[in-house]
Write a protein that binds this ligand. Structure first.
Ligand code: FES
Length: 115
């Protein structure tokens, strides 16, 4: 078997020195910490998993209400906080819920244009 030598690669002129590490390591650490903090901040803004409905028709696999548009007189106010004692209609319980939790939920209001 003959011995073949590899051609020499041209030198790029770049050498990695201790001075490069002095700059590169802090930059990498700052980038990693910054990435972690941004990720943590964005995750905190996303929806959290958990029950929305804590007490209404819990024996039912799915709580669904259906109304015909013709049956809505001039205005209907539907609960979206799931705290109303008159669910699916809003009874104002969202105000207490918002005060206690810092949430910002409110009802769905459907009304005729002239109402
Ligand atoms: S009581 Fe639930 S939105 Fe008003």
């Amino acid at each position: 078997m003959s011995h073949m030598s590899m051609p020499a690669l041209p030198r790029s002129g770049f050498t990695f020195s201790k001075e490069h590490l002095v700059v590169a390591v802090p930059v990498a650490v700052v980038a990693a910490v910054g990435g972690f903090l941004v990720s943590h901040y964005l995750n905190g803004r996303s929806c959290k998993k958990g029950l929305v409905n804590t007490c209404i028709s819990k024996d039912s696999p799915k709580v669904v209400h259906s109304f015909d548009m013709e049956d809505i007189a001039t205005k209907a106010v539907y609960c979206r906080c799931w705290k109303s004692k008159k669910f699916p209609f809003c009874d104002g319980a969202h105000t207490k819920h918002n005060e206690e939790t810092g949430d910002n939920v409110g009802p769905l209001i459907i009304k005729k244009k002239d109402a």
